[in-house]
Design a binder for this molecule. Structure first.
Ligand code: ADP
Ligand code: AIR
Ligand code: ASP
Length: 336
């Protein structure tokens, strides 16, 4: 496992990006911080980081199953994903199925009309300029940040992703109104879908009530923002369980594990004896049977506390403790 460096190489509006021991692997930490209107509005959405990291994981896996190449490697904790490093093309690739947001504002049309066919559009990923809408010529001839072939490839992949998501979400009562994607090239020159897939970059409406279940609740001060994100996580899991009933593991969660290992009562513990002797030399004669052990703390992904307990016991017997000379205790807490 790559080591976890502590200093981010990039701190964005919602995520911190860290390097790892592997040059081409990065760690993305999803924060609870939220911004809107290119960071003019700022706030926090409780638990957003872990919800978005998990929704992103499940949706990247869904796309991979459909043959879409993504930067996703694995989820390593509630808030963190390991991802392949890419050189991001500074474009916000937006696909729209129903009128909403900036499209309505720009064209003076009403929200909620189903478009004749999906629209793919590109904005320049530049907060200072307000992410302006771009034409292909602006991208190719003025900014020179991409070319005709790549833009065609991106449009084609984006429309395929749109079909996968529309189909997937409709089955769990959700309309995919619009969403924003980011792409980049990896070290081998492969075009990969990057960034995140979550209610931060999608508009999701409940198919029956048209209730908004995404960041528009934060943008428009509609309240119950965390509730909406939690509901979307629930629907995604529901969709995946319907598709693969045998994969109940998708209802898994992270548990915090603390393993305490101590030398057995009758086993010689020279380190413990030395400390006991030192305490006595300081006058603490009431001390006896001092043992020095270790505490091992980690998170484990499992579908139940009982399964987590069984797995950890296996790990202790195989590696974490030496059952011949050491005793151990395991504490497991639900962390999510
Ligand atoms: P922003 O930059 O818009 O404030 P975030 O807070 O989400 O956004 O920060 C994440 C940053 O990491 C974004 O700028 C995004 O383009 C970049 N990024 C996403 N995936 C990758 C990747 N696989 N490799 C390199 N950079 C990435
Ligand atoms: N988006 C655009 N910039 C950042 C984000 N997250 C997403 C919005 C919406 C879609 O792109 O969340 O799903 C279109 O946004 P807009 O504001 O152009 O209508
Ligand atoms: N992601 C952009 C921002 O954080 C735009 C938005 O979501 O409204 O400001």
């Amino acid at each position: 496992m790559p080591s976890l460096s502590t200093k981010p190489i990039y701190t964005g509006k919602a995520k911190d990006i860290f390097e790892t021991e592997e040059e081409n692997t990065l760690r993305a930490f999803f924060r609870d911080s939220a911004t809107a209107f290119n960071a003019q509005k700022k706030g926090e959405i409780q638990n957003k980081g872990k919800i978005n990291a998990t929704i992103s994981t499940l949706l990247f896996q869904l796309l991979e199953e459909h043959g879409i190449k993504t930067h996703f490697i694995k989820q390593i904790s509630e808030n963190e994903l390991l991802i392949k490093r890419v050189k991001i093309i500074p474009l916000e690739v937006i696909v729209r199925n129903i009128t909403a947001g900036s499209l309505c504002k720009r064209l003076g049309i009403k929200e909620g009309r189903v478009l004749k066919s999906p629209i793919v559009e590109f904005s320049y990923k530049d907060d200072a300029l307000g992410d302006p809408l771009l034409t292909r010529s602006y991208i190719i001839n003025a900014l020179e940040i991409s070319d005709e072939k790549t833009l065609n490839q991106i449009s084609q992949i984006t429309l395929k992703i749109n079909e996968i998501f529309k189909d997937f979400f409709l089955k769990v009562g959700i309309k995919v109104v619009d969403f924003k994607l980011e792409y980049g090239f990896d070290k081998d020159g492969d075009l990969l879908l990057a960034d995140e897939l979550s209610p931060d970059n999608f508009r999701f409406w409940d198919a029956k009530t048209n209730e908004k279940l995404d960041k528009d609740r934060f943008r428009q001060d509609l309240g119950n923002v965390e509730g909406a994100y939690t509901e979307m996580l629930k629907r995604v899991k529901e969709g995946l369980n319907n598709k693969n009933p045998q994969f109940s593991i998708l209802n898994s969660q992270f548990f915090i594990v603390r393993v305490q290992v101590l030398p057995k009562k009758d086993i010689l513990d020279p380190q413990g004896q030395a400390v006991e002797k030192a305490l006595k030399s300081l006058g603490y004669n009431e001390v006896k049977d001092l043992k020095i052990g270790k505490e091992i703390v980690f998170q484990i992904n499992s579908d139940s506390q009982q399964h987590a307990q069984e797995k950890v016991k296996e790990m202790c017997d195989k590696l974490l403790a030496n059952p011949v000379i050491e005793d151990y205790t395991v504490e497991i807490d639900s962390s999510y």
